[in-house]
Design a protein around this ligand. Structure first.
Ligand code: UDP
Length: 240
């Protein structure tokens, strides 16, 4: 893939990248660095939708494993994603990037509800739109939220910025011979249970022909490189 001609993208950041080097929570200095990357990408003329996870604060599955009611724990996870969205909005606006947060769980005093037409208008005006609270329902993840918003907003690609630099045929942390795919088909990802995003998110992207680009957001300047078709990444697409 070289010089992809994306006009509008959805950038999904897992909550854990907001921790920086911390073990938990939000490292505001690192969030400021991430915001610089987003600003640089926006300055190339791209329209940017953002979805941020909540795993740096709370994951429903972790709560359920400790005996909590799963749905209740998931609501807490969704609230965590709203906190991350507000932290990112703050960091972007400190850099002069106008940003709106739209939450799938309504909280009028804090941010807007998800309204697609209003989000369209924000993007037209050059604002970044952060979609918080995933799909707004328990038993889902923000990956599914990202796939849903990417489809709804007509994004040309879903960029998944995470801690690893792509998709491997086995876990690179435990297998030194693990191989990174340059490109891989959605169906291979699903059949081989490769760690990209959860299955419902991958299927939604497949059914709507939205390529998924997996890359490491931890390396400085990598988002710009990936957008230019350079840098280390894996693209999940049809026929790969
Ligand atoms: N969550 C949910 N429904 C959604 C999105 C998120 O219930 O549509 C909850 C779920 O508990 C999840 C948590 O929010 O574990 C945080 O999101 P996620 O695990 O996707 O964050 P990430 O792994 O990307 O940091």
């Amino acid at each position: 893939m070289s010089n992809p001609s994306y006009k509008r993208v959805l950038l999904k950041l897992s909550g854990e990248v907001l921790m920086g080097e911390q073990q938990f929570g939000i490292d505001s200095e690192f969030v400021a660095e991430l915001a610089k990357e987003v600003k640089a990408a926006k300055e190339t003329g791209l329209e940017i939708c953002l979805v941020i996870g909540g795993g740096n604060i709370f994951r429903g599955m972790a709560g359920a494993a400790k005996g909590m009611d799963r749905a209740q724990a998931d609501y807490m996870g969704m609230l965590a994603t709203v906190m991350n969205a507000l932290a990112m909005q703050n960091a972007l606006e400190q850099l002069g990037v106008e940003t709106r947060v739209q939450s799938a769980v309504q909280m009028d005093q804090v941010c807007e509800p998800v309204i697609r037409r209003r989000a369209e208008r924000h993007l037209e005006k050059g604002r970044v739109v952060i979609f918080a609270a995933g799909v707004g329902a328990p038993y889902f993840t923000t990956d599914s939220g990202a796939a849903l918003r990417a489809a709804e907003m007509g994004c040309d690609a879903l960029l998944k910025g995470t801690s690893v630099d792509g998709v491997y045929d086995s876990d690179p942390k435990t297998n030194p011979d693990a191989k990174r795919y340059q490109a891989v088909d959605y169906d291979t990802v699903l059949a081989d249970n490769l760690k990209v995003m959860d299955a419902s998110a991958v299927a939604l992207c497949r059914d709507n022909s939205i390529p998924i680009v997996v890359f490491s957001i931890r390396e400085k300047g990598n988002l710009a490189r990936v957008l230019a078709g350079e840098g280390t990444q894996t693209i999940v697409q049809k026929g790969a």
